[in-house]
Design a protein around this ligand. Structure first.
Ligand code: GLN
Length: 284
């Protein structure tokens, strides 16, 4: 017989030996997922024995985490802007910084108007769905190059009853124009902005498990900013806005690109670590 506390201790030790950061929290979160409770609820049941199936599942989860598979792919879910989204290895795991992108778009729009929004490289659909649940009258087009990602995004949109207001389109912004799309109030993208050089020094979890095409442009990191800025120009309504998330150190370069493409009132927003993270500009 093994109790909740004993299994957490053993797992945390194993993960630490494998080099997993915050090994105890990881061990606790994985067990909480199996027992369908909150992490802190585990503290109330430390002496509870685990069943055989629970032990087996926990072993498998811990083994996977020990191989550096991200926790969110193991549990299959992630919290983002107050909603719980399904994720798997075909989509980038939504990050807390991206919540700031959602927040700033919400600030730019009136909640009781009908707005049209294009989300380029939607991945799990996190940006669109978080916006859609807060903007009851808005309509969206979500694009991605990956069918698997679009399927995850659709499932997430259905879960939050916003699928009726979202169109999903397979589209490659680097290779295709946006000609057949309508005009938008907002175009948003959190594109693959890691440069080929920086990709090499990312955590193993990202390098080996997240979709590479969602993380890096395999070039200088600016490919998508250039292409999206250029193509958005003709697709924004008068006064429409283009929103990007950027990597640390990219805000100057991206501001230049937006200026070259005639965007006005370019604004840079810092994240909670004081890093320039969100940029938006207006089409006039
Ligand atoms: N739009 C998704 C996100 O913000 C996916 C982004 C991507 O795949 N680069 O997390």
């Amino acid at each position: 017989m093994i109790t909740v506390l004993e299994s957490i201790n053993l797992s945390a030790q194993y993960l630490a030996q494998k080099g997993i950061e915050s090994s105890r929290i990881n061990a606790e979160l994985l067990l909480a997922d199996i027992l369908c409770c909150k992490r802190l609820d585990l503290y109330l049941s430390f002496d509870k024995p685990l069943g055989n199936q629970e032990i087996e599942k926990y072993r498998d989860y811990i083994r996977r985490r020990g191989n550096f598979e991200p926790l969110q792919y193991i549990t299959g879910k992630v919290d983002f802007y107050g909603i719980e989204l399904k994720v798997n290895s075909s989509v980038l795991i939504p990050r807390p910084e991206t919540e700031l992108l959602v927040e700033n778009i919400l600030n730019a729009l009136s909640r009781d108007k009908e707005s049209t929004i294009l989300d380029i490289g939607c991945g799990s659909g996190n940006i669109t769905i978080a916006l859609a649940v807060n903007l009851a009258f808005s309509k969206f087009i979500c694009t991605d190059t990956s069918d698997d990602a679009l399927n995850v995004a659709k499932e997430n949109a259905e879960k939050y009853f916003v699928a009726g207001r979202v169109k999903f389109e397979k589209h490659n912004i680097l290779k295709e124009e946006l000609n057949y799309f309508p005009q938008f109030d907002i175009i948003v993208s959190n594109p693959p902005y890691v440069s080929r050089e920086d990709f090499k020094s990312l955590q193993k979890e990202i390098r080996e498990f997240e979709p590479k095409s969602a993380v890096t442009d395999n070039s200088d990191g600016y490919t998508f900013f250039r292409e999206i800025s250029r193509k958005s120009l003709k697709k924004l309504k008068d006064g429409g806005k283009l929103f990007f998330e950027v990597a640390e150190g990219q805000s100057k370069g991206v501001t230049e690109i937006m200026k070259e493409n005639n965007f006005k009132n370019i604004t840079v927003i810092k994240d909670y670590q004081n890093i320039d993270r969100i940029i938006f500009g207006e089409m006039k």
